[in-house]
Design a protein around this ligand. Sequence first.
Ligand SMILES: [Zn+2]
Length: 433
Amino acid sequence: MYDLVVRSRRTVTPDGERPLAVAVRDGRIASLHDHAAPLDAAEDVDLRDLALLPGLVDTHVHVNEPGRTHWEGFATATRAAAAGGVTTIVDMPLNALPPTVSVAALEAKLAAAGGRCHVDVGFWGGAVPGNLKELRPLHDRGVRGFKCFMSPSGVDEFPELGLGEIRQVMTELAGFGGLLVVHAEDPALLTGCAGPGYAAFLDSRPEAAERGAVEQIVRLTRETGARAHILHVSGAGCLDVLEAARAEGLPVTAETCPHYLTLTAEDVPDGDTAYKCCPPIRSAANRDRLWDGLARGVLDCVVTDHSPSTADLKVPDFAAAWGGVSSLQLGLRAVWTEASRRGHGLGDVVRWMSAAPARLAGLRGKGGIEPGNDADLVAFDPDSAEPVDARRLHHKNPVTPYQGRRLRGAVLTTWLRGRPADDVPHGTFLLGA
Ligand SMILES: [Zn+2]
């Protein structure tokens, strides 16, 4: 007797799309069967030709609670995640107050999030000047790794590290197998934004700054042996650096984001700072090269970097506005819209948005429809298409560059460990191994 059986002729497994029945017991995938197999279950759902995906794993989400809950909180973020087919998020250490740079700060975050989460939640710790001694205790308490900035982060309480400090941090992390996730822009190659328009903003954060920073991290990986992950690659000029590092056998991985894969600098309307993020959205030609990097496996993951603020901080001036794109609820549809247009299948999207991020963050039991894994499942209609209405998103603030865009796909049901994720919050914290 199973608790739940979900059947789909398009069940997306690590081996491709297959007609299957997924049998769930005690929150886990107990077994996989033929699509029409007779099974004894309390609930039996047949999606027929709709797709069944593993829940997505978004390892780059800024929740901002406690301290800036009016930007985004755990209740709203995880509700949006569930509605977007995401069953696990990993929260970034900055923008909440205090930032997650000590065990005490992590405890404050856990207290704020407790009982509010509609999906499972893991946490990144932060590496900032002066907290070297906190890294091991944070690791032991269960953070998935550590984030640092090479350039100013945008908030005063989370300063960037110099190269010497990053070397110290990586040496420390190498001692316990820790992972460093890096916002990689070389501050020496960033300039002030010379005007309110998008062109001035783009000029102030050139691709060379990203490429130079990635080269520095690759060098430190070679020197220290620590694992490093490059966050939100926007400039395609980073790809050959990453590819060479990989060929050399260095433990370097990288991600990009839905906005870099779907939006272009050419499309940014004047003054619409919903599009502002760092590094910036670049040209259409650059976007094509990112897709190529993804197809060739140079980029591992696609995660949202959901980084919201209140609408008043998105002033119509690219020099002054808050930098961050909100898309937690829309990432799957945005990427599927563009991926399908470029000939990719749902299996590719799931690899980039579920399996690879789960592996990055060391989340066992997540990232694939396989016996033994958590029954994190998403019923997805790949063929419907609707324009985005920001007011209907669960994000706390209805600000998104996808407003009005017609996106492909619809998330119909999201199950977290075998139960619908939109009922009473039953998300858990994913701490430790
Ligand atoms: Zn971020």
